[in-house]
Design a protein around this ligand. Structure first.
Ligand code: PLP
Length: 355
């Protein structure tokens, strides 16, 4: 991407971010990890990982940073219920439940009855642990019924997906500034960023980079199949709104966004071979834990691009680790290749006889 002129300094952008109400939830700054064994193994670029999985609260992830901004209005304005509806292993549901526990609100999760809702494990287990009212449903209209019942009871319901929507991207303008500061302090000029994102993290990073005029390729990997062109147009729409909220003289079009749905597999939440390989490789080279649904797919895409020669030794790529690791445990059976050393075959252990 060609260099463009900065429209604001990092210091001034930080000041603009202070105009927004913000909760203090995350342990910041999150670490920036070097992956020398992985780089060497691939014979590729230098790889760094921005550890947004270590934002701290309730097993961390990008939602902790997002919620500092996006849930602040719910707390300030005295809402009663934090609501979220998604897949049964949703990280956002986990953090919605954790937030409600932390602030003494009621949490209502409307999860899908899907391939990873039984047995109760991973994020779903944590939803229960945080005291959320959990509904597992077969059809979307059952979610509407739950919401209508809450409203009829006179509860003020804050939906963490749709309320505070743009603030979630604002949080990753902040995340970008934090990352940039860390890179500068270490004298590193990255050539590319990889991130798994539906919308918010990707948009925030791109708005941050463009605001500072940085020539940086930001590759977004969608956790769901999509029409890439349509998605890019939507990301540009959100970015324009975010730029307006920050009073930045920037405008975006679809071509400003590189977002791929091809790495998601058949549907959201399905494990792909590339994701499994990424999860295993990151664990065995850097003791880095990815998840099968989000970061494994984005990391797998990055590995593929490196192997295709899109990134070369001498270049630097930053992988933004958005979290999601609790879901790993709900995918145990699919993640391990059931070869002879697989634990399912290991049921014959006997304590040696004493004496
Ligand atoms: C929610 C989530 C994402 C996508 O987040 P956006 O807000 O769409 O950017 C990526 N990775 C993980 C682990 C998530 O939980």
């Amino acid at each position: 991407m060609a260099a463009a002129k900065p429209v604001i300094s990092a210091e001034a952008l930080k000041k603009r971010l202070e105009r927004f109400a913000r909760l203090s939830l995350a342990d910041l700054p999150t670490p920036l990890l070097d992956c020398p064994r992985l780089s060497e193994k691939l014979g590729g670029p230098r790889i760094l990982v921005k550890r947004e999985d270590l934002t701290g609260m309730a097993f961390g992830g990008n939602k902790v940073r997002e919620f500092e901004y996006s849930v602040a209005p719910a707390i300030r304005e005295g809402y009663d219920v934090l609501l979220h509806g998604a897949a049964s292993q949703s990280n956002q549901s986990r953090l919605t439940a954790a937030m409600a526990a932390r602030f003494g609100l009621k949490a209502v999760m409307v999860g899908r009855k899907d391939a990873h809702s039984h047995p109760v494990n991973g994020n779903l287990l944590l939803d229960h642990l945080f005291g959320a009212e959990v509904h597992l449903v077969d059809r979307p209209d059952e979610k509407t019924q739950v919401v209508e019942r809450l409203k009829a009871e006179g509860q003020r319901v804050y939906n963490t997906s749709t309320d505070g929507y743009y603030l979630r991207s604002i949080s990753y303008v902040d995340g970008f500034l934090e990352l940039w500061e860390q890179l500068q302090a270490r004298g590193i000029r990255p050539d590319g960023l990889y991130v798994c994102s539906g919308v918010h993290t990707h948009v925030g990073l791109v708005v941050g980079a463009r605001a500072l005029g940085l020539p940086l390729r930001v590759v977004g990997i969608s956790p769901s199949p999509q029409d890439d062109e349509e998605d890019a147009a939507n990301l540009a729409r959100v970015a324009n709104k975010v730029a307006e909220m920050l009073a930045l003289d920037l405008s975006f079009i679809g071509e400003d966004f590189e977002s791929y749905g091809a790495y998601a597999g058949d549907a959201y939440g399905t494990l792909t071979d590339a994701s499994r390989e990424a999860v295993v490789l990151a664990a065995r080279t850097e003791a880095l834990i990815l998840d099968p649904v989000y970061t494994g797919k984005a990391f797998g895409a990055m590995l593929q691009h490196i192997r295709e020669g899109q990134w070369k030794p001498g270049q630097t790529v930053v992988f933004v680790h958005t979290g999601g690791t609790p879901a790993l445990f709900a995918y145990a059976d699919e993640l391990l290749d059931p070869g002879p050393s697989h634990p399912v075959h290991a049921g014959t252990y006997r304590e040696p006889k004493a004496g």
